[in-house]
Each structure stands twice: as C-alpha cells, then as structure tokens.
Ligand binder design. Structure first.
Ligand code: G3P
Ligand code: CA
Length: 240
C-alpha cells in the first residue's frame, strides 16, 4: 500500500515546513502531501489554513501578506520550541527538496473558501520548472480546479478530493478523466468509491493513523493512505 506523509512528517515535525518534508524525504515511503496557497504578491506558499493563526506566531490571511511579510513569522514554535524559527516554505523550496528523490508529491490546491485565479497555471509552471510532472499528483476539494488542471495538463495525475458530505456519483462522473480519487476514511465504503476501486482507479484515503483502519483499507483494495505517522505505518505495513 502506498504511504504519503500528510503535510510532511507532521506527527513529529511542524506540518508543512521544510523540517517536516526533510524528515519525510529520508523515509522509504511513496511520497508526501502538501497544501498550497497564494500570497498577496502571488507567490506559492505551502500551508494548510488560509490564515496563519494556528501554525505560526502571527495572525491574518495568507492572501493579505507578501512572502517577505510571511517570512518574518515563526512556523515552528507552536509545535515545539525545538523548531523555533522555522519559516513558511515556498512550493519551489519543497519541490527542490524532492527533485532528486524517488518520492511522489501530492500538491493539494487550497481554495476552499477563497479563489486564487491562476493558481493551477502557476503550480503547473513550478512543477515543470523542476521536471516533476511524472511524480506529481494534483488534488483539490475544488473540483473545478481539478478540471482546469486536467485541461492544462492531461498527462499529470489529478485527483478530486471528497469528504463524505459532498461525495456523489454525478460529480464523480463529471470529473473524469481525473486519474485518481482521494477520499476521507468515512467515505470509503460509499458506492462510488467501491466502484472506483473495482474499476482499477487508484483510491487514496486520508488521514490514517491507526492499524485497524489500515486493515480495513487493505481489505477493500485501497491503493494508498495519507498519514501523519509515516514511519510507524511503514513499519507496520512491512509486517505480513
Ligand atoms: O489530501 C488529503 C488531505 O490532506 C485532505 O484534507 O484538510 O488535511 O488538507 P486536509
Ligand atoms: Ca491537504
């Protein structure tokens, strides 16, 4: 089963920081997952929330700050004092880290409430700069963004994201030729997901941090998981 370090090695390092991605890069796992937003000066930065409040010592929306302003904040101390001074990374910095490894990189386009015009084109350009098209998976809860990415780069693996509430067959069918399906654990037993597995479409599930859930997913034939504990899950999956 494929293992993706969710937001980097986020159980032991502050999520979506270079420290979390460097730690994940040392592991023999399938890849990493990360989230991108756009700054006020249209730089691609790696962070989960649209605001910096939860994961830094600052406050406010990413979209209202320039990269220079964002770099002043500490994105490590909220997690542990050992990570004091950790900066918000750009997408380029994270891609650079993985350019010579074997890892896949799942870039989640974040536009849950905000719209970032041109986000898909910018991400694609960065991926092409690093010649990583064959190792990147683009996903989003914004299915229009997935469709735009499929239109721009049909050869890149793309995956709509579904949580239980929005999962339905109609959307699922309109999203082909998205090449994979990423779903919440609670959605995994729903009919469209089971049909996708049966049809051989790669289904990956978030966020899996315990053995019991892994067993259920193995049984169902799920292709991969996103986990905050990649090392632990890797050890576990090596056992027969
Ligand atoms: O891509 C899987 C997962 O990361 C989606 O949820 O909220 O952790 O970005 P979230
Ligand atoms: Ca994510």
């Amino acid at each position: 089963m494929q293992i993706f370090a969710h937001r980097g090695y986020s159980s032991k390092y502050p999520e979506n920081t270079l420290a979390a991605f460097q730690a994940a890069a040392k592991l023999d796992i399938t890849g990493v997952e990360l989230d991108v937003h756009l700054t006020k000066d249209r730089e691609l930065v790696v962070i989960h929330d649209e605001k910096i409040n939860r994961t830094s010592n600052g406050k406010g929306f990413v979209k209202d700050m320039t990269l220079k302003e964002l770099r002043k904040f500490d994105f490590g101390s909220w997690f542990h004092k050992n990570f004091r001074g950790e900066k918000i990374p750009t997408l380029a910095e994270v891609l650079d880290l993985f350019k010579d490894t074997h890892h896949k990189i799942n870039i989640e386009l974040k536009s849950d409430k905000l719209i970032y015009p041109g986000l898909e084109e910018m991400v694609l350009k960065e991926v092409e700069n690093f010649r990583l098209k064959d190792r990147v998976i683009i996903s989003s809860f914004d299915h229009e963004a997935v469709k735009r990415m499929v239109g721009l780069a049909p050869d890149i693996e793309s995956a709509p994201l579904f949580s239980y509430s929005i999962l339905n067959m109609k959307w699922y069918r309109t999203l082909f030729p998205a090449k994979a399906l990423h779903v919440a654990y609670r959605a995994v037993a729903r009919r469209p997901v089971l049909e996708a597995i049966k049809a051989g479409i790669p289904v990956r599930v978030y966020t899996i941090n315990n053995k019991e859930q892994v067993e259920v997913l193995r049984h169902l034939g799920v292709e991969g998981i996103f986990t905050d504990c990649p090392e632990e899950m890797n050890e576990m999956l090596k056992q027969p």
